[in-house]
Design a protein around this ligand. Sequence first.
Ligand code: HEC
Length: 132
Amino acid sequence: MFRRALTPLSLAAVGLLALSACRPGAVRRPAPVTAANVALGDSLFNTGNCQRCHGKGGIGAQNAPALDGKKWLQLTTGSYEEIVKIITEGVPQTAIKDASHRFAMRGRGGNMNLTDPQVQAVAAYVWTLSHK
Ligand code: HEC
């Protein structure tokens, strides 16, 4: 009985999800941006080195820009792939765009020495900051 009652409902839910995913102009959520990755990335970002320069929640601070996507200094589109790349490689001193940011960003969070899955998790969290 339950199954009968639930089936049309679940079909409707799936339909709605599909519709919202296809909404024109909607940015597709990259596959690695899962709830688990975002939670892990949040914790790595906000307890690790990232927040020391970018501020808690990536709101920006003296030594590094906000990551809300209003204006990118290094990234062009702010895609998930671009975010993974910059976290992996960092930003050397000579590539810094705004001279008020005095310290190079080291790859993989510097001494956090993030593994590939950790980089992906931090990138998932950072992606959400500009896709609210
Ligand atoms: C030592 C300070 C420092 C630390 C630590 C640091 N960053 Fe950065 N980050 C920078 C600087 C400097 C830039 C480039 C800003 C510029 O060009 O003026 C940057 C740029 C970025 C950008 C591109 C922003 C844009 O406007 O294009 C992202 C994304 C980013 N950092 C994420 C992270 C993450 C995630 C971590 C932790 C794993 C981290 N950063 C750790 C200093 C830091």
